[in-house]
Design a protein around this ligand. Sequence first.
Ligand code: NOJ
Length: 561
Amino acid sequence: MTQLDSALTGAPATHGAPEWWRDAVVYQVYPRSFADSDGDGMGDLPGVTARLPYLRDLGVDAIWLSPFYTSPQHDGGYDVADYTDVDPRFGSLADADALIARAHELGLRVVVDLVPNHSSSEHVLFQQALAAAPGSPERDLYVFREGRGEHGELPPNNWTSIFHGPAWTRVTEADGTPGQWYLHIFDTSQPDWNWDNPAVHEMFRGVLRFWLDRGADGFRVDVAHGMVKPEGLPDATVNAEGLIDIPEGEVPVYFDNDGVLDIYREWRPIVDSYAGDRMMVLEAWIPEHRLPLYIGPEEAHQSFNFGFLQARWGVPTMRAAIEKPLALADAVGAPTTWVLSNHDVIRHATRYGFPPEHRFGEGLSREEVPDTELGRRRARAATLLMLALPGSAYLYQGEELGLPEVADIPDELREDPSHHRAGVPGRDGCRVPLPWEKDAPAYGFSPTGASWLPQPAVFAELAADVQAGDPTSTLEMYRLALRLRGELGLGRHVEGVEFPDGLPEGVLAVRRGSVWVLVNTGDAAVELPAPLAAATLLVASGPGVARGVLPADTAVWLRTA
Ligand code: NOJ
C-alpha cells in the first residue's frame, strides 16, 4: 500500500506484513473500564487514546474495542441502540476518529465490535416495531410471533435465554391488550434481529461500510454463530427436569445454523474490497468440528478458539487444546487464535487458582476463595505457552498486570444481566477499572477518583507504574515475551509445532524450531535432560529457574544452539 492509499483509507502505510492478523497480538479494550478522561467514573474513548502509547510499548499489534456505541448499557454496550454513533458516556464520533488516527500513527490496528444477533430494545427500529401492528413490515425486522395457548398466553416455543429464563417476552399492543411475543436469546432488552429479512442484511452491510470507511481494520463479530434461526422455530429437546437438553459439545438449537455461514459470504467481499487488509474475527462458541466451516477465503478470516481457555491444567489436556485447533485451522489454511481471558470469563490469574474442574464463566462469589499464588504462577506459565504458539493471540486488558477476578463487589453495584436474571455472581468481577498508578485517585483510572465499580486494595501493588521496570513483574514478563515473540517470528507458522517426548513426567514440551517451550505442570521442580540444561534461557514465567531446573507451575522459553 502506498502513502496515498494510506491517506485515503486511514490505514497505516508501514505497519505489519500482509495479512497482519495471521500472527497478530490483539489487546481487548473494554472501554468502560480502561481509562476515564472526564472523571465521571466510566472509561471513555479519549481515555483510550491517551493510553495508546502504553499499548504500543507493551508490544501488541492491534486493539479490539468492545462496543462504545449508543446504548442504554443493559449488557455493557452489547445492547446497541445506534450502530453508527458513539454513546455520549464514551465520547463522540470525532473521538472515535481521533482514536483510530492516533492508533494508526503508532502502528496499531483497530478492530471494532459488531453486534448483529440483536439490538437494544431502545433501537429506533425496535421502538417502531413495538408501535406497529402484528404482521407489519416494522415487526418483521425482529422475531415477533403469536403465543401458544388458548389466548396466546404461552411463549411461542420453549427456548430459554443464555442469561436464563424464557427467551421470549410478551408485548402490550397499541389497544392495551396483551399481544405478540418477541425473541431475545439474551436479555429482554436485547431483541433478536430477523435475519430472514433482506432489510436486516442491507442495514448491516451499511454498518460494516460505515466503520470500514472510518478506518477500522476489522470486526470482532459478537455471537457469530447466532443470527439465523432454524426454520419454524421448533421446540428444543428438553430433559426430565424440563430444561433444554444440550449434549456435551453441542449448542442450543438457535445457534450454529448453516444459514449463518451465508452472512459471512455476504460480508467477506465487502471487507476485502477495502485496502489495508481488513479482517473479521468471530466469537463463535461452536463444536470444534464446525469451526472450519466458518473460516476460510470466502467466510471469516479467523475465529476465537475457546478450547485453549477451557483446557484443564495438565499435559494431555493442554496439548490436545493446542494440537486440535492447529489441525482444524490448517485444514482450511486459516490461522488459529489463542485466548486465556476476556470480559466474559473469570480472569485466568484467578481461574488457575482453583481445581482444574472449576467453571470458567458466571463470575466468582465471595465464598469461592482461590489459591492466589498458585493462580498467578499458573497463569503466567499459561501465558508464556500461549505467546509461543503460531497464530494470533488475544489479550484482555489487565491480564498483563496479573489482575485477579474481583469477587467482593456489592450486589447492588453489579450490572451484569446474568447476575440479575440467573442469580449467578456474574461477569462484573473481570470488568473492574484498571489500576494505572498506585498513588493516584482510583489508581489513575479517573482524575476524580470515581470508578463505576470499586477497585480492591490489592490493585495498588498491581498498578502499571509499580510493575514497570521491575523485571520480576507480570507486566515486564509480557513485554519481554511479546518482544521475543516478534523477533523470533513465533506467531508465524514457518517452524511448525512439535511435541517432543523424553521430558520428565508432567512437563509439556512444545518445540518451535530452535525455541523450546517447557511448562512444568507437576507439583515439584524437575531436572531437564542434558541438551536442554545447556540451552539459553530466553524468558521464564517465575522465580527459581536455574540451569537444568524447572520449578513447579513454571514455564520457560529456551533456545538451543
Ligand atoms: C458475547 C459478549 O462477549 C457478551 O459480553 C454479551 O453479553 C453477549 N455476547 C451478548 O451480546
